[in-house]
Design a protein around this ligand. Structure first.
Ligand code: PLP
Length: 363
């Protein structure tokens, strides 16, 4: 995980949106598998704050010494209202009942008023108050003295879709809600709506804060190219076993693959328990000696086999599953295409038993 590249990517996003727009760096899901605390420490001086999904993720950052604002995007709180207050997290709220609980927790902990951001459902149908319910929500929220509306936000469902019309319609609804509130004298200090795709593609979605995730990690969503972006994470292993087998040899479980020629087979100790999906069986390529090499047969829980015939590979040689080696590169898009998913899931899928090795920690 190259934290220097993470910082560079953040600089590119900042340069694009300009000095008046802050970055709420999305580091939920352990910073998409990159390591939330390491990434937050690397970015803290460059960003307004951090977006997490869960209260526990916010607590981890505070305990690790992060002082910047931490916004809990997930917006469900269970029994965690006291933690939100005690760790000075900023909750995104879609239910008035939560405000009462935050106010009670603030009272018990003798804390100042709890700042919160109101989530508006403009079309994603996942979280948030629908526009017609916002007036009632705000009236009720005003009567709860222990909380303070400091932000308003929404989330776009199709910002990277081929047709931008739905995203623009969502933004229009968001603007209507904000105008309605302003007419009643309610002007939250912060508005935010844009994920990576939206912040590149729709300047009108930038408001006060943008919420990039994927872009920071060095990948542009569809329709949202950003020159200079560099992938932050690579996944590397080594050959732990090598064998020569004749034509007609079955490789791995379930007889999914039989060699058609004499083959040099390398075993690589990465399997689906590490997040290298079994759906990549027989489809993926890795890099060995700067060349692309095919994955043979079924990916097993802890290992996979690779065809290194003619590559003069040695025991202990590096194998790149994601990232560059020589002139070649395996991208998250490649892995996503081979396994029928999206780059976000590739990153989040790298499991916790894979050691994260950081470079570029010093700015
Ligand atoms: C509410 C919210 N905002 C922002 C993001 C960041 O999205 P992206 O990684 O596409 O930038 C996400 C990610 O899923 C999200 O759920």
């Amino acid at each position: 995980v190259d934290l220097g590249l993470l910082r560079q990517n953040a600089d590119l996003v900042s340069a694009l949106v300009g000095p008046k727009v802050g970055l709420l760096a999305v580091v939920k899901a352990d910073a998409y598998g990159h390591g939330a605390l390491a990434c937050a420490r690397a970015l803290e001086k460059k960003v307004f704050g951090f977006g997490v999904s869960l209260v526990e993720e916010g607590v981890e950052l505070r305990r690790g010494g992060i002082e910047a604002p931490i916004v809990v995007l997930g917006s469900f709180y269970g029994l965690s209202h006291r933690d939100v207050v005690a760790y000075r997290l900023t909750p995104v709220v879609s239910d008035v009942a939560d405000l009462e609980r935050f106010a009670r927790a603030a009272d018990e902990l003798a804390s100042p008023r709890v700042p919160f951001h109101l989530k508006i459902d403009t079309g994603m149908s996942r979280l948030g108050i629908r526009p017609e319910g916002v007036g009632d929500f705000v009236d009720r929220a005003r009567r709860i003295s222990g909380v303070e509306l400091t932000g308003i936000c929404t989330h776009l469902g199709e910002a990277d879709g081929d047709d931008g019309a739905f995203a623009l319609a969502q933004l229009a609804r968001f603007d209507e809600v904000r105008a309605g509130l302003a007419a009643g004298g309610v002007r939250p200090a912060l508005a935010h709506a844009a994920n990576s795709a939206a912040l590149v593609r729709f300047p009108e979605a930038r408001y006060d804060l943008v919420r990039p995730g994927l872009l920071l990690y060095g990948h542009a969503p569809a329709h949202a190219a950003l020159a200079g972006l560099r992938p932050v994470l690579s996944l590397r292993s080594r050959i732990v076993s090598l064998r020569q087998v004749p034509a007609g040899t079955r490789i791995s479980y379930a007889g999914l693959f039989t060699t058609a020629r004499a083959t040099t087979v390398a075993t690589v100790p990465v399997g689906y328990a590490d997040g290298y999906s079994r759906r990549l069986s027989g489809r993926a390529e890795v890099l060995v000696a700067g060349r692309r090499a095919a994955v043979l047969g079924a990916i097993t829980m802890d290992m996979m086999m690779v065809d290194v015939t003619g590559l003069s590979a040695q025991l202990g040689d590096e194998v790149v599953l994601l990232g560059a080696q020589g002139q070649e590169r395996i991208s998250a898009e490649d892995l996503a295409a081979w396994s029928g998913t999206i780059p976000w899931e590739i990153f989040c899928g790298v499991s916790k038993r894979v050691p994260r090795v950081y470079v570029g920690e010093r700015a």
